[in-house]
Design a binder for this molecule. Structure first.
Ligand SMILES: O=C(O)COP(=O)(O)O
Length: 218
């Protein structure tokens, strides 16, 4: 039985875009740079907070020190206002309740720092049972490296190929495939259908209800 599912967080369960953009723009402005439009963060987010600023700063200005300064400013700010605009995507609540009722084992694997991932799960997702909630942890390579996903399947005592993995970016599709999990692309998140298809989505879901339909027969 394949009643196991790993979820990405940003852009899949939670619409975190606005709060990430606000805190990242706070960091940029504090360091004397122009803020970026929120919509652009759809493409900046996905590979962790360090890479977020690497994606933003032009290559001729970025140094590891500048990026670290931006990360620190971002993290301090985000800790205080991560919950101002963030919300569950429509239909996510119903999807999680359905899967829980069907006895799916559920886990979260994010490229957000581990403490923020747990903070968001605690604030928005505490009514559902997640067996594992992992963000980026010291010493563990981030997605698309399969390590985190494989650790989760071990902790759940299931084979990776008995796990679905639902995410909204190419990083998620690559992670699922490199871990040997079944990749489902969430089309309500930050990226487009083509990206998810090109990077190995086995199934695509336009809405969380479509995930319910897909997994109803498992
Ligand atoms: O914060 C990020 O860079 C991405 O987070 P996610 O893996 O939950 O989409």
């Amino acid at each position: 039985m394949k009643k196991n599912i790993v979820f990405d967080l940003d852009g899949t369960l939670l619409d975190t875009l606005e709060d990430i953009a606000i805190s990242a723009n706070f960091a940029l402005v504090s360091l004397g740079f122009q803020p970026q439009e929120s919509a652009k963060y759809r493409y900046f987010v996905g590979e962790g907070v360090f890479k977020l600023f690497e994606n933003i700063f032009a290559s001729n200005v970025q140094t590891p020190e500048l990026i670290q300064q931006a990360v620190t400013l971002f993290e301090t700010h985000y800790t205080k206002q991560f919950n101002q605009n963030t919300k569950l995507y429509e239909g996510v609540s119903k999807m999680l309740s359905f899967l829980q009722k069907r006895n799916f084992k559920m886990a979260i694997l994010s490229n957000k720092p581990d403490s923020f991932t747990k903070m968001c799960a605690m604030k928005y997702l505490r009514q559902w049972k997640f067996d594992v909630v992992y963000g980026v942890r010291e010493g563990v390579p981030r997605k698309p490296h399969p390590r985190g996903a494989l650790e989760i399947s071990e902790l759940l005592h299931v084979k990776p190929n008995d796990c679905y993995y639902l995410g909204d970016t190419m990083i998620d599709m690559q992670t699922a495939n490199s871990a040997g999990m079944i990749a489902i692309g969430a089309l309500w998140g930050f990226r487009e259908e083509n990206e998810l298809k090109e990077h190995g989505a086995k199934y695509l879901a336009k809405t969380p209800s479509e995930v319910i339909k897909l997994l109803a027969e498992v």
